[in-house]
Ligand binder design. Structure first.
Ligand SMILES: NCc1[nH]cc(CCC(=O)O)c1CC(=O)O
Ligand SMILES: [Mg+2]
Length: 331
């Protein structure tokens, strides 16, 4: 009679809180979180992002304060995104290579405030610096060219590493950029600077609020479908991941998050490498909108979604709810 009702009752182990705790398969902790932060010029500046209620752009002093907060909360890593002033944007995104650009100054401000107590992940792509809002260089037809863009991304990555970045995260989806960046980092002596590649990044409708936050939304014409992946494709994600690993990625990312947990799981099972996911701006906004509409409970939605990422196979999650979640978990 073992193995079937009534000798086996699945509800038995769920009946008491102590038993649920004992049988829990995975446990979410603040160490599973990466906190994306938006940086802006000035001092003492906090600019709320309208489409991301609860998220602000911070000037360097605010960024340093957020970094200290993250250390206190047990969050191991920050991801930085600059809102580059319009007059510093250009068609070639040259500001990305400026050793004193907003990103590099933010890296140094965090290092001054926190030493090596926190990891600093920096996004590599040209969209926060281009006047057209695309992630790379355009040819005469408006096509984002691959190899010339990679050459610039390499210099951008080295610029970030020289400023003190710990993890280079190329989010551009150009072919071959991981290998080129890895080689340049080695040549520059940055042997321990990691690469977390946005390996399977989809052309998603969930990025809208992010583009507002970095100021590229209003500039962007057209879409990013000639380099970001078609949401219909899963096998292709595995090929992208295989290439980035072969090129030297230390870890890979799937983006967006919740609608793509099947990809996370397939990547984890196939490659057995550290996999991260980005719960992107539109996903954050959905949780906030549901909360505001009385259609859901923020705290429960945050913890359930983050737990689902970990269950799917993620080593960690980039989420705008990181500080809030860490507070809930620490309580
Ligand atoms: N290369 C830019 C980049 N890096 C991270 C995101 C999206 C993050 C989010 O929506 O939270 C984007 C937007 C895009 O590709 O248009
Ligand atoms: Mg690729």
């Amino acid at each position: 009679m073992t193995g079937s009702y009534p000798s086996l009752r699945m509800r038995r182990t769920r009946a008491a809180a102590w038993s649920r705790a004992l049988h829990r398969e995975i446990v979410l902790t603040p160490a599973d979180l990466i906190w994306p932060l938006f940086v802006t010029e000035g001092s003492g500046v906090e600019e709320p992002v309208a489409s991301l209620p609860g998220v602000s752009r911070w000037s360097l002093d605010g960024i340093a304060a957020r970094a200290k907060e993250a250390v206190d909360l047990g969050i191991p890593c920050l991801a930085l995104f600059p809102n580059t002033q319009t007059d510093r944007r250009s068609d070639d995104g040259a500001e990305a290579l400026n050793p004193d650009n907003l990103m590099c100054r933010a890296i140094r401000a965090i290092r001054d405030a926190c030493g090596n107590d926190i990891g600093i992940l920096t996004d590599v792509a040209l969209d926060p610096y281009t006047a057209h809002g695309q992630d790379g260089l355009l040819d005469g037809d408006g096509y984002v060219v691959n190899d010339d863009t990679v050459a610039v991304l390499v210099d951008q990555a080295v610029n970030q590493a020289q400023a003190g970045a710990d993890v280079i995260a190329p989010s551009d989806m150009m072919d071959g950029r991981v290998k080129a960046i890895r080689m340049a980092l080695e040549m520059g002596g940055h042997h321990n600077v990691q690469i977390m590649s946005y390996a399977a990044k989809y052309a998603s409708a969930f990025y809208g609020p992010f583009r507002d936050a970095v100021g590229s939304g209003g500039l962007l014409k057209g879409d990013k479908k000639s380099y970001q992946m078609d949401p219909a494709n899963g096998d292709e994600a595995l090929r992208e991941v295989a290439l980035d690993l072969a090129e030297g990625a230390d870890s890979v990312m799937v983006k967006p998050g919740l609608p793509y947990l099947d990809i996370v799981r397939r990547v984890k099972e196939r490659f057995e490498v550290p996999v991260f996911a980005y719960q992107v701006s539109g996903e954050y906004a959905m949780i906030e909108a549901a909360t505001a509409a009385g259609a859901g409970d923020r705290d429960a939605l945050v913890l359930e979604t983050l737990t689902a990422f970990k269950r799917a196979g993620c080593s960690g999650v980039l989420t705008y709810h990181a500080a809030h979640a860490a507070r809930l978990l620490g309580a």
